[in-house]
Design a protein around this ligand. Structure first.
Ligand code: SF4
Ligand code: SF4
Length: 178
């Protein structure tokens, strides 16, 4: 994948201008970070991300693991006294920077690309294809193989894919995120 130049000033303007203008009201209370389920794995916590954006230190954010580990559960946003949608900020940062292909996000970028392909092809996510494709793509062929039998026995995922109506239209939407 070709390494792309990213206009960080533009991304910062988009975030402050229309993605989440409320972020300027952040009082650094830390309630967002206190409720985040994956905060321990982050290099920068949610309230620190807001602070870095305000300080124009976008490079630090996109070279960290934080935006790639956020699961968009929205707990941070519901806890925020200023109703700042941190999940939207994380999502915008991911979409705007994923093609940068930094070493840190190499496997995550593979996941992102594969997920997009599945949604384009089936009209929705197809978990077995995603798991197998990712294991092959990352060279970790037997990753999580020990729990596969339990997952299938409990019918947590379906073996055969489902084809969703209107998947061509869905495919057109996902194309811009390739
Ligand atoms: S909860 Fe809201 S106001 Fe408090 S630090 Fe997080 S983003 Fe800022
Ligand atoms: S949306 Fe992301 S940052 Fe916010 S609580 Fe969930 S995982 Fe943490």
């Amino acid at each position: 994948m070709k390494k792309q130049e990213i206009d960080l000033n533009k991304i910062q303007e988009e975030l402050e201008g229309y993605i989440e203008p409320n972020m300027n009201y952040c009082c650094q209370c830390g309630k967002c970070s206190a409720g985040c389920p994956v905060v321990e794995a982050y290099e920068y916590k949610p309230h620190q991300i807001i602070s870095l954006i305000q300080a124009g230190q976008m490079e630090k954010i996109i070279n960290s693991n934080t935006i790639w580990l956020c699961v968009e559960c929205d707990i941070c946003s519901t806890r925020c006294p200023e109703k700042i949608s941190i999940a939207s900020i994380m999502n915008h940062l991911r979409v705007a920077t994923w093609q940068k292909n930094t070493k840190k996000d190499k496997n995550i970028a593979k996941f992102y690309k594969l997920f997009n392909f599945m949604v384009r092809f089936f009209g929705r996510s197809y978990e077995p294809g995603l798991i197998m494709g990712l294991n092959v793509g990352t060279g970790r062929f037997f990753n999580d193989a020990d729990i596969a039998a339990d997952i299938l026995k409990k019918r947590k995922i379906k073996i055969l894919p489902e084809f969703v109506k209107g998947r061509k239209e869905i495919g057109k939407v996902t194309k811009k995120y390739q």
